[in-house]
Design a protein around this ligand. Structure first.
Ligand SMILES: CC(C)(COP(=O)(O)OP(=O)(O)OC[C@H]1O[C@@H](n2cnc3c(N)ncnc32)[C@H](O)[C@@H]1OP(=O)(O)O)[C@@H](O)C(=O)NCCC(=O)NCCS
Length: 331
């Protein structure tokens, strides 16, 4: 395994969360729901919501600055910025270009990557290819979202689930035993209808009618997505482990996309992970889409659950597209 392992590793992490906390009690005053229902069905207690003037690039830039500091890398030396997001500031230019400008990363190439909530896992996998090919040595991979901007705050079936935030990672070449050991990425466009924002793109451009019909809001088939989540993340976890020749028991830290505690628990049980290895923060942030995994990764590192140079970490995600995937790495 040593000879064919990928030598791209995470050398710095950062996060940025909006200051405003929206609790379940706040939501009780907005829609016909209850703290007890939300907690029992999702495990979410509160989430962060961006201010009206705050957007995805603001959160992404804050997370990126912290990650660069942690890696001891100056913005001028960044060669590529990938922003994984389903809620870009605009259709174009890319949010990654806005972040590049704000950081002063004048030498960096920049593009957005849209893989729904799997975006950060996709981004790590893509960024790693530029490092193992020798193309770049200093890459920022950011997962950033302001889902609150595409949320229908009158739809109780979706608005209680979502939150805003950003997490960023610096990817650089690393020596053994560190680095990405395997990746597994999949998509199934036939399930695209299950989770989407219908209007605002080229198919249904924004118009008075689309806005009146609420077609610029996120829609979701929660039950189908729930089943898909458990099935797809189990497959991704098993495949990433198999490709690296690693046994599940060797994994120190298991980080899934944070959408619902019942999805996380069901998956951990199927795969045989004990609760002490499973990172959970969905209670505090809700589903932050592409930002959820880097935020959880950051918190696992800061809390000492991940030990640099030692811990084997399995990241697993699913999301709109449909997309799913996993990255196994020695932090
Ligand atoms: C959305 C989700 C929490 C709903 O939980 P569930 O146990 O499947 O609940 P159901 O959809 O069966 O709804 C049960 C009832 O609660 C109601 N309900 C839905 N949202 C509610 C809310 N916020 N408060 C109170 N009741 C609610 C429904 O109307 C339904 O009522 P009915 O039985 O009278 O029709 C769950 O399906 C889920 O988490 N799905 C995955 C979503 C996801 O991960 N999305 C992100 C993908 S990246």
């Amino acid at each position: 395994m040593a000879e064919d392992r990928l030598a791209a590793g995470i050398t710095g992490l950062g996060i940025h969360l909006p200051a405003r906390v929206l609790t379940n009690l706040d939501l009780e005053r907005m829609v016909d729901t209850s703290d007890a229902w939300i907690l029992e069905r999702t495990g979410i207690k509160e989430r962060r919501i961006a201010a009206p003037e705050e957007s995805t690039s603001d959160l992404a830039t804050g997370a990126a600055r912290e990650a660069l500091n942690a890696a001891g890398l100056s913005p001028e030396n960044v060669e590529l910025i990938i922003v994984a997001t389903a809620t870009p500031d605009m259709l174009f230019p890319a949010t990654a270009c806005l972040v590049q400008d704000r950081l002063g990363a004048g030498r960096a190439a920049a593009f957005d990557l849209e893989a729904g909530c799997s975006g950060f896992v996709y981004g790590l996998a893509v960024g790693a290819q530029f490092i193992t090919s020798g193309c770049f040595r200093n890459i920022l991979v950011i997962g950033a979202e302001t889902l609150s901007k595409v949320t229908n705050w009158q739809d109780r079936s979706t608005c209680v689930l979502l939150g805003d935030g950003a997490g960023a990672a610096v990817l650089q070449p690393v020596g053994p035993p560190r680095g990405i050991l395997s990746v597994y990425l999949r998509a199934d466009g036939s399930g695209g209808e299950l989770l989407k924002v219908p209007a605002g793109g080229a198919r249904l451009p924004a118009s008075t009618e689309t806005v009146r019909a609420g077609l610029h809001y996120l829609t979701m088939n929660g039950r189908e997505i729930f089943k898909f989540a458990v099935r797809s993340m189990e497959e991704a976890a098993v495949e990433a482990l198999r490709r690296a020749g690693i046994n599940q028991r060797e994994v120190d830290c298991f980080i899934t996309h944070q959408a619902n505690i019942r999805i996380i628990d069901a998956l951990a049980k199927r795969l045989g992970f004990s609760p002490d290895k499973v990172i959970v923060n969905v209670d505090r942030y809700g589903n932050t889409s592409a930002a959820s995994i880097p935020i959880a990764l950051y918190e696992a590192l800061v809390s000492g659950k991940i030990k640099p140079g030692e811990s084997l970490v399995l990241l697993v995600a699913f999301g709109a597209g449909l997309t799913w995937g996993a990255v196994l790495l020695r932090y």
